[in-house]
Design a protein around this ligand. Structure first.
Ligand code: NAD
Length: 292
């Protein structure tokens, strides 16, 4: 199968590498030269631009930062919908606004394409290991067509509903994740202030009712866990500004529907304070060091 892949960042690069390992021909594009070099070294075909990745592709995958990047990629005269072959199955894995996902999918349908939203969970470690969870929005038939490709990058593939539903699930999940990371950081800081060893405290809470993903798999306190961003100077991983974007999507979504998300709003304010202090590019677990 020929696959085009646009957006070879912290997540996109390891996802594309898993498609290569599975024997697919993958043509990729990113704006950052360093990412293209890493992709080429692993055997990927570097395309000259985004539209070039779609040439002869059976499937095209995008993994971009936010809504505006996805709109820019697909829409307009120079966008993919105006230039790619409508037989190409379009899969957007970026985390974006459910409304934008619906609008882009509708524009794709109007041009004869089939498109699904397939945001992911599992972090960069899940992307590398090929164990991501995909939350997919779109027609059931399209989801089944995409499944063999998604299975090369993930372990759990869920059909959430119509176009945009994958993004809605992702928004709910990441609001919970953002809150969990703040709560986990607070509990660890309180223990440390009391003289506890954060590793001992983490081990005990992991077997107690405070256990959660941030504590067990992505501990925010440096030195507690190997191979997580907190033990690598908070480099790589999932950026503070990306978490801030997702909390913005959650709060905006809640306001449109008059749903109550007071903790989501507070989390948004706290990550914003952290970003404004100059830490927007660090991994989101760096809120462990939030000064407030
Ligand atoms: P990233 O910033 O590391 O990567 C994004 C890449 O897109 C960059 O390399 C950038 O150069 C490239 N890019 C931007 N605009 C482009 C364009 N027009 N054409 C080609 N390339 C372009 O971000 P990431 O961490 O890989 O996240 C990507 C998406 O996945 C985001 O929506 C994020 O919210 C979501 N996500 C991230 C994680 C994580 O742990 N990092 C986990 C789940 C979901």
């Amino acid at each position: 199968m020929k696959i085009g892949f646009i957006g070879l960042g912290n997540m996109g690069l390891p996802m594309a590498l898993n498609l290569l390992k599975a024997g697919h021909q993958v043509s990729g594009f990113d704006l950052a030269k360093g990412q293209l070099d890493a992709f080429a070294t692993a055997g990927g075909i570097v395309a000259a631009n985004a539209n070039d990745t779609a040439k002869d592709a059976d499937v095209l995958i995008s993994m971009l930062p936010a809504s505006r990047h996805v709109e820019g990629l697909y829409l307009g005269d120079t966008g993919l919908l105006a230039n790619a072959n409508p037989k190409t199955l379009l899969i957007d894995c970026s985390t974006i606004s459910p409304k934008v996902a619906q609008a882009v999918a509708a524009a794709a349908k109007a041009k004869g394409f089939v498109m699904i939203d397939a945001p992911v969970s599992g972090g960069t470690a899940g992307a590398q290991a090929g164990t991501l969870t995909f939350m997919v929005g779109g027609d059931a038939g399209a989801v089944e067509c995409a499944r063999p490709v998604l299975e090369k990058m993930g372990k759990n593939i869920f059909h959430a509903g119509a176009n945009g539903a994958g993004q809605t699930v992702k928004v709910c999940n990441n609001m919970l994740l953002g809150i969990q990371m703040l709560g986990t950081s607070e509990a660890l800081r309180l223990g440390i202030a009391n003289g506890l060893d954060p590793k001992v405290l983490s081990d005990i809470m992991t077997k107690s009712s405070g256990r959660n993903w941030a504590l067990e798999l992505y501990n925010p306190c440096p030195g507690v866990m190997e191979n997580v961003p907190s033990s690598k100077g908070y480099a790589g991983g999932f950026g503070v500004d990306l978490m801030l974007k997702d909390l913005g999507l959650a709060v905006e979504n809640a306001e449109n529907l008059d749903a109550s998300v007071p903790l989501g709003k507070l989390a948004q304010q706290l990550y914003e304070t952290h970003s404004n202090a100059g830490y927007g590019q660090l991994d989101f677990s760096s809120v462990f060091n939030l000064k407030k």
